[in-house]
Design a protein around this ligand. Structure first.
Ligand code: SF4
Ligand code: SF4
Length: 187
């Protein structure tokens, strides 16, 4: 943990993360300020952000798996409170985002995160096909992924009435640009 540069060539999660994002989790010295300020650390997360940093620092595949399989990475709101408070300026939201991607890729997602992942996928699907969020398509996509067809269904007429839900999507002009972004990110 002392020599940060020697870790770059290793193949463990913390090193690959550093190589891909530039975020150096080795710099964490466990002051706990991130966890103290995180709005969901103690009610929703099984591991607060400082513990996630420590688990990654151990370079132990078992601990890496604890992080990849955690619910904590999915309930992170990307609010950046931790990043703002961190004396070492560690970009924890980027760490969370990176581990989420690894977790999906390695099929290690926490079962409790199923609906959160479904909403992420429905959101991306809407952006990919229209270039913006089409609320109705987003809701339908989410329901097909979760099979929660009847939940909150009574809200739909009210939302339609108030103009919050548009049945037909509006596409942006430069959809090709969006397609390029998705291609670049491998989605
Ligand atoms: S970005 Fe995530 S980990 Fe950081 S304070 Fe917000 S919710 Fe907590
Ligand atoms: S605030 Fe920064 S240094 Fe302190 S525990 Fe969190 S990540 Fe580590």
């Amino acid at each position: 943990m002392s020599d940060h540069s020697t870790h770059v060539e290793k193949n463990n999660l913390i090193s690959v993360l550093k190589k891909d994002t530039g975020v150096n989790v080795y710099k964490c010295y466990q002051c706990g300020k991130c966890s103290a300020g995180c709005p969901v650390a103690f009610d929703e997360m099984e591991y607060p952000p400082s513990v996630i940093m420590r688990l990654l620092q151990t370079e132990d595949p078992k601990n890496e798996d604890l992080v990849k399989k955690s619910y904590a990475i999915w309930v992170c709101l990307t609010c950046e409170m931790c990043y703002t408070r961190c004396p070492m300026e560690i970009d924890i939201p980027t760490v969370m985002d990176y581990v989420r991607q690894v977790s999906v890729k390695e099929k290690k997602t926490n079962p409790k995160a199923k609906t959160i992942i479904a909403s992420h996928e429905a959101f991306l699907s809407s952006i990919k096909s229209t270039g913006r969020l089409h609320e109705f398509g987003f809701v339908m996509g989410y329901k097909f992924k979760t099979f929660e067809f009847t939940k909150d269904v009574m809200l739909a007429p009210l939302m339609l009435q108030r103009g919050k839900l548009h049945l037909l999507p509006e596409k942006i002009k430069d959809l090709a640009h969006i397609a390029k972004i998705f291609k670049k990110t491998g989605k």
